[in-house]
Design a protein around this ligand. Sequence first.
Ligand code: NOJ
Ligand code: MG
Length: 554
Amino acid sequence: MPQTTPPSADWWRSAVIYQIYPRSFADSDGDGIGDLPGITTRLDHLTELGVDAVWLSPFYTSPQADAGYDVSNYRDVDPVFGTLADFRILVVRARDLGLRVIVDIVPNHTSDEHPWFKQALAAGPGSPERERYMFRDGRGPGGDEPPNNWQSAFYGPAWTRVTESDGSPGQWYLHLFDAKQPDLNWANERVRAEFDGILRFWLDLGVDGFRVDVARGLVKADGLPDYPVQFQHASGESGLRTRSPLFDQPGVHAVYRRWRSLLAEYGPDKILVAEAHVRPPSRLAQYVRPDEMHQAFNFEFLDCPYRARDLRAVITESLDACGSVGAPSTWVLNNHDDVRHVSRLGLPVGTWTDDGIGPRDQQPDLELGTRRALAMTLVQLALPGSAYIYQGEEVGLPEHTQLPDQARQDPMFARSGGRAAGRDGCRVPIPWEPGTPARGFSPSGRTWLPQGEDWDRYAVSAQRGVDGSVYELYRAALRLRREYGLGIAALQWVTLPGAGEDVLSFQVGDVLVVASIGGGDVPMPAGDVLLASAPLGGGALPPDATVWIRRRAA
Ligand code: NOJ
Ligand code: MG
């Protein structure tokens, strides 16, 4: 089978992109927090795994009120993660290994410790400095009520009142997230121009593209109208999915057209990826029109209940919607905001987990969850388009559901008064070697969040070369995906004789993919088995398993 590789300008159409969460990947200096030099020394793990690119969550100067999604200097590295020189070294090493590097850009809000926000506070109402943010007078007597009823995605009101420099109670500023993340005003040309400069800064340092945080949020509806508060539990952004004056306003698209042409100056292979919780897929597809972004995370796929008919519908809709604008779909099962899939799928089908899982919540059945997760991974990695892998999923790492309250750092936990466990459970430092301090994450044995007690088994080195390990399954899947050109082939649904409605089966290129989602044993179709997510006994595909079979399309 010839190696099928798309032309390099189109690398992203079928790329497998690995998300590194810098705080938790590898710590070089022993402070218990991962850093850029740590990442550089572990990059060869990613070539061994077989991915095409890495996406780094924010490592910029930041008070870390939202783990770096609160940036106070967009053109520097936070000392906790290293220096710009360390970043340059990381890029060189990645290049040498043939890995592309995508960085995060956080345009919806800055940190309240960004110089612009400090200037806005000092300059007072009506000043051009305040115009860069969303300041408004309050409602009611004395302006004591917030300007509208919007809620923060991290619980609590989306407005905070400032004290003016004369000591009087002052205006309010909007923050869709934490109070330490004031929203920018994208109607302001100085804001737009500043971000052009930030994109150029990182492109000049050699990055291959940007993952755009809160891509649907930059523009708010005119007049900031009240919106019925219907998200009692909002996690990250995913609780805020209905069409609202806060999100998915038509004005956001002009920003991405501007960025697309800026990127084009740096070559045809630089990309933009939207983090946009927008539904349905046809609406999300607007973000990946030919003159906007290149791809958008497919959260419909991540959120899809573990049911064959729902999965079939989401896959079809995603391919159709993206196809209608000439973009590839993406396939995502994990990231730093969602409960890890081996845990999520170990709860009853359709359980809502946007608030995370803590010790007081229902606990997942990890054996079942892992089987289901691996079945889903082999569905994901066979689908045409681009796939994202989040650090740790390649060893089957579960959510840490037993983190004690005092360890939790996600602002969602505090802002919800502890009702929402939050996202720390999917952000725990990676185990690399069993039985060593911090399992090889940090030379000092420190970890900013405690690892699970039984995590030796998830250490990368404990699984390397071990037949039947999750790590070797991912490696084999990525190798076969490349060899058979699965990322760039077309998908055709297949009906297998005798298969019930719990079976998902499709042909991609020369590979037939059969997934038993729930259900019972499925008779094995003819052909050579290339890979299976669970042992195959007695010539049948067991429940909660996926198999890749080599077979020419009918
Ligand atoms: C989405 C990011 O993925 C999440 O981690 C962050 O808290 C919010 N955007 C706000 O920046
Ligand atoms: Mg460190």
